[in-house]
Design a protein around this ligand. Structure first.
Ligand code: CS2
Ligand code: MG
Length: 412
């Protein structure tokens, strides 16, 4: 069998998505997600100009060899664009291999280690009333674990608040917070860490009082604190028994987490902007995190993310794969198969895609009673409706950025 065609499909139903579709000379197709939020076209060019010509005629069954070829022959390694491109090829090849084998991908990855995948959803609110409504709405949808993001008095618009979204005429309507806003330039948001540090513990106190001690609660610090501020927040949240505090400090400085660990036992999750196992080497070896946050789409695909979670398992560190709406249904399905097969599964993030997206990507995975399951279709279980995809051309969209009160650019 040989790869006959490799097409890069760009579509923008509810948001921009980049999908690689491989077709073999025996008519078997494979899909891979290459969506890099706010920089989508960079990956499209990397794939179309540099990778697609290398795939035609290759044996689709040689997945590891293709991975190593694309990673090492590029000479310039790692980074979000390269690893998203390699991820798309890798997942498409695993999709083909599982279809040829006539089984769902998780069976090829060692079979199911559990009956389903515990997920968490994104509850948010500008104030407590809105937040409590959002928690109840997510519980009504079946979610058994909830991420809590809240507005901060004095700050106009901050990360993670659904009702802030002015996206595409959805002003005020709950859109589960799609961060990338369509438009020619990125939106500027304001930030102040001290008012955030004062406010967030009071919110978790109120949420625990309202919803009790058992409900698993998560929070995303979204890379905004210095190491000592992250330590302070982790400590002040200990009474509320968080499932995890995510991206508490920019992780380029890996040693920073030693300081955080010194001061708090709040579990830490990091990695959604990491791209390779080498980004995890120190923080895993030194037991500085408890959950691996990478997504298949941004970490070189199934082949490489499996190596990361296998390495992490030696340190009792679990998976917490990134699953916002900018991971397409193809990327979500692929990481569900991996999550079902690995032993050290922790939890799966799941932001639901919009209806238009569901028409473009026909999915066989299920979400029942708060648990995801990839389904038992051969392959990864997602098919792309090309005619529907072509109805939604790409639209420029950017993630917002932050400025402090004195005008300094800050992590968003
Ligand atoms: C976030 C993401 O879901 C998360 O944990 O950090 O929503 C993130 O902001 C987006 O993926 C950025 O594209
Ligand atoms: Mg995050």
């Amino acid at each position: 069998m040989k790869i006959l065609t490799a097409e890069v499909v760009v579509t923008s139903p509810d948001r921009n998505f980049v999908t690689l579709q491989l077709t073999t000379d025996e008519g078997v197709t494979g899909l891979g997600d290459a969506t890099l939020n706010g920089r989508e076209l960079a990956v499209v060019a990397y794939l179309r100009e540099h990778v697609v010509p290398l795939l035609i005629g290759r044996d689709p069954a040689r997945i590891e060899d293709t991975w190593q070829f694309l990673y090492r022959s590029a000479y310039w390694r790692r980074g979000p664009v390269t690893m998203a491109a390699i991820a798309a090829v890798d997942v498409a090849l695993w999709d083909i291999k599982a279809k040829v084998a006539g089984m769902p991908l998780y069976q090829l990855l060692g079979g199911a280690s559990r009956t389903g995948l515990l997920t968490y959803g994104h509850a948010s609110g500008k104030d407590l009333e809105e937040l409590f409504d959002s928690v109840r709405a997510h519980q009504a949808e079946g979610y058994r674990a909830i991420r809590i993001q809240t507005g901060v008095p004095g700050l106009k618009s901050i990360y993670g608040i659904a009702s802030n979204a002015t996206f595409d005429g959805n002003a005020g309507k709950r859109y589960d917070h799609e961060p990338a806003q369509r438009g020619a330039l990125p939106a500027e948001e304001d930030w102040d860490t001290r008012s955030y540090l004062r406010h967030v513990p009071t919110v978790f106190e109120a949420v625990r009082a309202e919803f009790g001690p058992e409900l698993p609660l998560l929070h995303d610090g979204h890379h905004r604190m210095t190491p000592i501020q992250a330590a302070q927040l982790g400590k002040s949240l200990e009474p509320y028994d968080l499932f995890w505090l995510e991206d508490c400090t920019p992780a380029e400085n890996q040693e920073a987490l030693r300081l955080v660990r010194q001061h708090t036992t709040t579990p830490l999750a990091i990695g959604e902007i990491f791209n390779t196992v080498w980004d995890y080497q120190q923080i895993v070896r030194e037991q500085l995190i408890d959950y691996v946050r990478s997504a298949v789409t941004h970490t070189g695909g199934i082949t490489h993310l499996k190596k990361i979670v296998d390495y992490a398992s030696q340190y009792q560190i679990k998976s917490g794969f990134h699953g916002p709406t900018d991971i397409s249904p193809v990327g979500m399905a692929a990481q569900m198969h991996l999550g079902l097969a690995i032993h050290n599964f922790g939890i799966q993030e799941y932001m639901r895609h919009g209806e238009a997206t569901d028409r473009v990507f026909r999915q066989s995975f299920t979400f029942v009673d708060g648990m995801l399951h990839p389904g038992d279709q051969p392959g990864i279980g997602v098919e792309l409706d090309r005619a529907e995809a072509d109805r939604h051309p790409y639209e420029t969209a950017y993630l917002p950025y932050n400025r402090l009160a004195d005008g300094t650019v800050h992590d968003w």
